[in-house]
Design a protein around this ligand. Structure first.
Ligand code: CU
Length: 486
């Protein structure tokens, strides 16, 4: 080995040393879970907890602290959609459970209470925990018991928590999940609006919309065939008057989780592009994203500026889940139109492709051979019919039956309906296409067959006939059956 070579090798050694040193210092400047253990805490505070769709105030520049979280498990009867009851198991009485907002380095003292009226033991597994079971073993509580455990938040990010008592899938399927955010030291950048949304799949003995108390179906859960896929535990949790709101020009941040237990969410906002996505709730930022995948037991933070007024629809883009199983929410944006961003309607006409035959929805079978709950009075028929209307008809014919000009005829004070009840029944059963005249206006669009049972058809028509200045009359399932079979 000559001197020159020695020098060369020495140079390589030095270079190697430099590389090692610089990558080491880079690591140190970016905190790791290891050195996050050294973040000291000062003082104590009670965590602000919020029910969805709201989130607690940002931690901003507050220092790491001893954060006390108090949660109560409640087994509660609630609704999946109007008229459909379900026994939810919840953290703090909501699905998803309360949102927890912590800071990197916080020492979290977690108190879990199981209400004495509950029937079952529960616990909590927080994905933000570094430790066995995410706290599950330390937090196992029987009804009427309270447990406490503590952990240090070592990793920033958005994490799912859930119950992990066997059968785990069943506890999650009944609504036992939520989100905990661990903000980085400097906090998240300020935005104008923040909301909390969590998807979940539900498995009931009956089919979607079957009235009455619905039991959990273990068979459907194992087969991963949910009847409901919803945001925040209810089909209408964020629609109509419950819609999320923002103003034109505001930046909206959504903390989106997926409790599962089974399905992966293809989260999308119709009419928006996510400016920034914290992929899987972690540090990685992706920009200009149309749809982001949220795994079961995972989360994402999405941010977007709203540029044009109107109603934006949040969906799982596995789209039958959105329009047939409930995975749909709304964001209403108010403010002035900005023509440069969105010019709105520039042309309107009827487009009917050749042979535009009426599509038929499958004729429903009574769910799993279970007896359909039947209305026993005119009053009940109207009430049941209203639920069918709100699930099936409202998108086209609108909430007060006013219809949409030039597209969908009004059902309110409708001469077409009031003239001929048999024709109305036929329309709901078999659909309708071609030109019709309603209250002097010509309509030429397509209505699909709605695939309702005789009972549902009778109920919805009775609701329509007994509202909005129509000729009050009852449509019975017998009248429907006669027309279906003729
Ligand atoms: Cu549980």
């Amino acid at each position: 080995m000559n001197a020159r070579n020695t020098k060369h090798i020495l140079g390589l050694f030095l270079l190697g040393g430099l590389i090692t040193f610089s990558s080491c210092s880079e690591k140190q400047s970016k905190k790791t879970p290891q050195n996050n253990r050294d973040i000291t805490v000062s003082g104590t505070m009670d965590a602000e907890l919020t029910a969805p769709p709201f989130v607690p105030k940002p931690t901003k520049d507050r220092k790491a602290t001893k954060l006390k979280v108090d949660m109560e498990i409640l087994e509660l009867e609630g609704e999946l959609v109007d008229g459909v009851q379900y026994m939810f198991w919840t953290f703090d009485g909501s699905v998803p459970g309360s949102f927890i907002r912590a800071k990197l380095g916080d020492e979290i003292e977690f108190h879990l209470k199981n209400h004495p009226d509950n029937k079952l033991p529960h616990n909590i597994d927080l994905h933000a925990v570094n430790g066995p079971g995410g706290g599950a073993e330390s937090s196992f509580v029987a009804p009427g018991q309270e447990k406490a455990f503590s952990f240090k938040a070592l990793n920033p990010g958005l994490y799912v928590y859930h119950c992990a008592v066997a059968p785990v899938g069943m506890h999650i399927a009944n609504g036992m999940y939520g989100l905990i955010l661990v903000e980085p030291e400097e906090g998240l950048a300020p935005v104008d609006k923040e909301y909390y949304i969590m998807q979940g799949d539900f498995y009931t003995e009956g089919s979607f919309g079957d009235r009455g108390m619905q039991e959990f179906s273990m068979e459907k859960a194992i087969n991963e065939m949910p009847d409901y896929v919803v945001f925040n535990g209810n089909v209408n949790s964020m629609t109509g008057d419950n819609a999320l709101t923002a103003e034109v020009g505001e930046t909206v941040r959504l903390f989106v989780g997926n409790g599962g237990p089974n399905l992966i969410s293809s989260f999308h906002v119709i009419g928006e592009i996510f400016d920034r996505v914290h992929v899987e709730g972690g540090d990685l930022i992706n920009e200009n994203v149309q749809t982001t995948l949220i795994p079961a037991g995972g989360a994402a933070i999405v941010e977007f500026k709203v540029d044009a007024p109107g109603t934006y629809t949040l969906v799982d883009h596995s789209i039958f889940r959105a329009f047939n199983k409930g995975a749909l929410a709304m964001l209403k944006v108010s403010g002035d139109q900005n023509e440069e961003v969105f010019a709105g309607e520039v042309y309107e006409g009827i487009y009917l492709p050749e042979g535009g035959a009426i599509q038929k929805m499958p004729t429903p079978k009574n769910a799993d051979g279970k007896e359909e709950i039947k209305a026993t009075s005119l009053e009940e028929r109207i009430t049941f019919g209203k639920d069918v209307y709100n699930r099936t008809c409202v998108a086209c014919h609108q909430s007060n039956g006013q219809g949409i000009a030039a597209a969908f005829p009004p059902l309110a004070a409708s001469d077409y309906l009031n003239e001929n009840v048999e024709r109305s029944i036929e329309t709901v059963l078999f659909g309708l296409s071609g030109e019709i005249t309603v209250n002097g206006e010509v309509y030429n669009s397509v209505m699909t067959s709605q695939g309702l049972t005789d009972e549902q058809t009778a109920n919805v028509l009775t609701y329509i006939y007994n509202n909005w200045d129509n000729k009050a009359q009852e449509v019975t399932p017998e009248m429907v059956s006669k027309i279906r079979n003729q």
